[in-house]
Design a protein. Structure first.
Length: 745
C-alpha cells in the first residue's frame, strides 16, 4: 500500500491499512514488553484487536483484487502476471528501470526497452526509443513513447509503438528486398526478413502459375531454379563472417526458404496449373495489401482462411523445420481458427506439438503464451488466463491439457464455449466470469495432449467438440536433420543427415533398453545444434569430423559401459577411417584434480571423465540428469565441477564465472510445498520452495552461473510440472498463472 497511485485510487482502504499497521505495531510492542509467550497471548483485548485487524485486512484484500482487475482490463497482458508481480510494477511505476524487470513477461521477445533518461535528448521525462531482444537485436520505434503517468497507460503505448514500427519497417523491407541481400539482411529485423521473403515467394508463385495457365509449362521449373540459386547465395553468406544476430537471421531465413523451395518442387510434381488448384491453396500464403492502414498491412491465407498478421515482435529465437507433418498440423490449426474453434495437436512427447503452434504464431506474428497444465489447476486460474487471451488477442497453448482434473475440465468447456460463441457472433464485448470484457478476435486457444500416457484425463465430449484434433505421431527425422545442417552452412547436409538418422535407428535397435535413454527428436536436435556451434568455432574443420564429434559428445555420456563399446563400433562403421582427438581441457582438468585432492579423494579416471562429460553436456543443454546407483559418485561429480569452475573464475580464467547452487530434495516435501498452493480459506497464494528459488535466481542480474540441483528420485508427480522448464520454452508456469522465465538460469 506504499504506492502513491494505489493510495489515490483506494483512499479508504489505505486508511484502513494504516490503522491495521498501527494496531499491529502496538500489539507486538505490548507482547515484547511482557517477555513471556503464554502471558503475552492473554493480554486484555488482544484477541478482539487481532480479529478486527483480520476483518479489515479481508476488506482491503477484496478491494485490492478489484483494483488489480481494473488495471488488468486496461492492459490485458497483466493477466499473465501474478498479483505480487503486478503490485511490484504498480509500486514502481515512476521508476521504469524497476518495471523493465517484468517487460519480458508482458512481451515474449522483448528483453528490455531502449530507455532515454530525462535530459538525454532534451526530453523532460523518461522515453522509450526502441526495444531490445534477448539475442541483441534492437528495433527503434517510429516515435518515442513518453513514459509518464499510469504504468498500464504507457505500456499500452509501447505495444502500439511496437506494432506501428513493424508495420512501417515491413513496407520498407519489401522495397529493399529487390536490392542487395547483404544490406537487406543487416538493416531489417529477422522476423520481417522471413515475412517479406514469404510475401515475395507468394507473388512469384502466383506469377509463375499464371504463366503456366497461359501455356508456359516451364514457368514453375524456372522458379525452382531461381529459388535454388537464392538458397545457395544465403548458404554462402552463412559460411562467411557474420555477427551472432546476423547469423541467427540467416539460419532462420534458410530454414523457411528451404520449405518454399520444396513447395515449388511439389507444385511441379503435382502438375499444378493455376492459382485455383488445391495444392496451391493449401499453402500458407502471404499478401501485402497496400490499401489498408497507414503503411499497408500483411494478410495470411490458407484454403478459405484469411488471418491478419499481428506485428508482435518475435526477435530471433529460431524457426521450426517445416515437414509434411507440420504442414498438415498448420492446415488443421488455421482451419480451426477460421471456424472459431480451438486446435488440439496430440501425440507422443518430442513430436513437435507445442513447437508447431509456436511456429505458426511466429509466422503470423502473434503473442503466444505457453502454459504447462497440472492437476492442481482450478477453473478460476484457467478462466483468468482465458480472460487475458480474449482481451489481448494472444494465443494460449495449454501443454498437457489432459492433466487437469475432470471436474475442472467440465467448467473449462463451458468457458471455452462462451468465448467461441462470442467470436462466432463477432461481439465487441461479452459477459465472462461475471464481468463484461472486450473481445479481440485475433485470439486463439490451443491444447496439446499425450493420450497414451498413464494418469491422463479423458476430455469431456462438449470440450472435444470445440477442439480440432491433429495427430502428430512420427516426425521426419531425416528431413529435419538435413534442413538444420543446411541452414548451418553444411555442404553435404543430405549425406550427413542420412548418417545421423541411420545411427539413431541402429542405436534404438542394438543398444540395451535403459530408462534414461532417449533417441528421439529432442536428442537429435541437441546433436545438430552442437554441430552448428562447432562449425562456427572452426569453419575449416571437415564436416564429417564436426558431426562425428557432436554425435560422440552428446550421446556417449549417457551410455552404460556395455553400450559405450557398441556405440563406438557403430560410429566406426558409419565414419570409417576418422579418428577424433580427445579434446584438451588443460586448466579445467587441473582445477578438477586439485579439487578432488582438496576433498581427500582419489584421482580416479572415471570421476575425472564424468566431470568433464558433465561440463560438456552443460555447454549445450540447460537441463541435465546425473543417473546412477547410490554411492556411485553422482554428488561428487557435480560438486567437483562446481568448485573447479568457481576456483577458475576466482583465478581470473577467461570463460568461467562463479557457480551458485541451490539444492532441494523434491521427495522430502509435498507437491504443494514444491510449487506453491492457494490457501483454500483466503484464496491467497503461498509460494513453494522451488518456485521461490526460481523467482530469486531469475531476478538476479549477476553473471554467475546458477544451478538448481534437484537431489532425489525422479517422480512423475513433481517432474511433469517442470516440462516447460526443460523444453525449449524455458519457463516455469505455476497454477496461479505466474510464468517465471529461466533463460538466465
Amino acid at each position: 500500500m506504499a504506492s502513491e497511485d494505489i493510495r489515490k485510487q483506494l483512499p479508504l482502504e489505505s486508511s484502513l491499512f494504516d490503522q491495521v499497521n498501527t494496531a499491529y505495531c502496538s500489539v507486538t510492542s505490548s507482547m515484547a514488553q511482557v517477555q513471556n509467550a503464554l502471558k503475552a497471548t492473554h493480554l486484555p483485548h488482544t484477541l478482539d484487536t487481532l480479529l478486527d485487524m483480520q476483518d479489515k485486512l479481508d476488506r482491503i484484500q477484496k478491494c485490492l483484487d478489484q483494483y488489480l482487475e481494473t488495471k488488468r482490463m486496461m492492459f490485458p497482458r497483466f493477466y499473465f502476471l501474478s498479483n505480487d508481480d503486478l503490485l511490484e510494477i504498480l509500486g514502481h511505476q515512476k521508476d521504469p528501470d524497476q518495471v523493465q524487470k517484468h517487460i519480458k513477461k508482458c512481451f515474449e521477445a522483448i528483453k528490455s526497452l531502449y530507455l532515454l533518461y530525462p535530459g538525454t535528448r532534451n526530453n523532460l521525462t523518461f522515453e522509450a526509443a526502441g526495444m531490445n531482444a534477448p539475442d541483441g537485436e534492437q528495433v527503434l520505434f517510429n516515435t518515442n513513447v513518453v513514459i509518464a503517468g499510469a504504468v498500464e497507460g504507457w505500456l499500452v503505448r509501447v505495444e502500439a509503438a511496437m506494432i506501428a514500427s513493424l508495420e512501417k519497417l515491413y513496407a520498407g523491407c519489401l522495397v529493399a528486398y529487390r536490392g542487395k541481400k547483404e544490406k537487406w539482411i543487416k538493416e531489417f529485423p529477422g522476423q520481417l526478413l522471413i515475412t517479406c521473403g514469404q510475401t515475395a515467394w507468394t507473388n512469384e508463385c502466383i506469377k509463375a502459375l499464371n504463366e503456366v495457365a497461359k501455356g508456359d509449362k516451364k514457368a514453375m521449373k524456372t522458379l525452382k531454379k531461381k529459388w535454388v540459386s537464392y538458397l545457395n547465395k544465403l548458404a554462402d553468406m552463412v559460411r562467411g563472417q557474420l555477427t551472432s544476430t546476423e547469423r541467427k537471421k540467416i539460419v532462420a531465413l534458410i530454414t523457411i526458404e528451404i520449405h518454399s523451395r520444396d513447395v515449388v518442387d511439389r507444385l511441379v510434381k503435382q502438375n499444378c496449373k493455376s492459382t485455383n488448384d488445391f495444392e496451391w491453396l493449401m499453402q500458407l500464403r502471404f499478401y501485402f495489401n497496400k490499401d489498408l492502414g497507414e503503411h499497408g498491412i500483411c494478410e495470411v491465407k490458407q484454403t478459405v482462411t484469411c488471418l491478419q498478421y499481428s506485428y508482435e515482435y518475435q526477435g530471433n529465437n529460431g524457426r521450426l523445420v517445416i515437414t509434411p507433418l507440420t504442414d498438415r498440423c498448420v492446415l488443421t490449426m488455421t482451419t480451426a481458427l477460421h471456424l472459431n474453434r480451438g486446435g488440439n495437436p496430440l501425440g507422443p512427447a518430442g513430436t513437435g506439438k507445442t513447437e508447431t503452434v509456436k511456429d505458426l504464431g511466429k509466422n503470423l506474428a502473434k503473442y503466444v503464451i505457453v502454459f504447462n497444465c497440472s492437476d492442481g489447476l482450478d477453473y478460476k486460474s484457467v478462466g483468468r488466463m482465458f480472460s487475458g487471451l480474449v482481451q489481448s488477442g494472444g494465443w494460449g497453448c495449454f501443454d498437457e491439457f489432459n492433466r487437469i482434473e475432470i471436474e475442472v475440465l467440465s467448467v473449462v468447456a463451458q468457458q471455452v464455449l462462451t468465448i467461441m460463441q462470442a467470436l462466432t457472433m463477432k461481439l465487441p464485448e461479452f459477459m465472462f466470469l461475471g464481468s463484461v470484457i472486450k473481445c479481440n478476435h485475433n485470439m486463439g486457444i490451443f491444447i496439446t495432449m499425450n493420450p497414451g500416457y498413464a494418469g491422463r484425463t479423458e476430455l469431456p465430449d462438449n470440450l472435444k467438440a470445440l477442439m480440432r484434433p491433429c495427430a502428430m505421431m512420427v516426425p521426419d527425422l531425416a528431413l529435419i536433420a538435413e534442413v538444420m545442417l543446411q541452414a548451418e552452412g553444411f555442404r553435404d547436409a543430405k549425406v550427413l543427415a542420412k548418417k545421423t538418422t541411420t545411427l539413431y535407428g541402429l542405436m534404438i535397435q542394438q543398444l540395451s533398453k535403459q530408462d534414461h535413454y532417449d533417441f528421439g527428436l529432442r536428442s537429435l536436435k541437441a546433436v545438430l545444434n552442437m554441430a552448428g556451434a562447432l562449425k562456427r568455432e572452426d569453419p575449416n574443420m571437415q564436416e564429417e569430423h564436426i558431426l562425428l564429434r557432436a554425435l560422440r559428445d552428446m550421446n556417449a555420456p549417457k551410455f552404460i559401459k556395455e553400450d559405450a563399446a557398441l556405440f563406438k563400433l557403430l560410429l566406426g562403421d558409419l565414419f570409417p577411417s576418422i579418428e577424433l582427438a580427445i579434446p584438451e581441457y588443460g586448466s579445467l582438468q587441473s582445477a578438477i584434480q586439485s579439487e578432488l585432492t582438496h576433498q581427500g579423494l582419489q584421482l580416479h579416471p572415471t570421476i575425472l571423465f564424468k566431470t568433464i562429460q558433465l561440463f560438456e553436456s552443460q555447454a549445450t543443454r540447460h537441463c541435465n540428469m546425473i543417473v546412477g546407483q547410490t554411492m556411485a559418485g553422482k554428488s561428487t561429480v557435480w560438486k567437483t565441477l562446481q568448485a573447479a569452475k568457481s576456483q577458475l573464475a576466482k583465478d581470473g580464467a577467461p570463460g568461467y564465472t562463479p557457480v551458485r547452487v541451490q539444492v532441494l530434495n523434491p521427495k522430502s516435501i509435498s507437491l504443494n510445498e514444491i510449487y506453491g498452493v492457494y490457501d483454500l480459506s483466503t484464496f491467497e497464494w503461498i509460494d513453494g520452495i522451488l518456485s521461490a528459488i526460481f523467482r530469486t535466481l531469475a531476478s538476479d542480474d549477476k553473471p554467475d552461473e546458477k544451478w538448481i540441483m534437484l537431489d532425489g528420485p525422479v517422480d512423475t508427480l513433481w517432474i511433469e510440472s517442470m516440462n516447460s522448464v526443460m523444453d525449449d520454452n524455458k519457463v516455469l508456469t505455476l497454477i496461479n498463472g505466474d510464468r517465471i522465465g529461466t533463460y538466465i538460469i
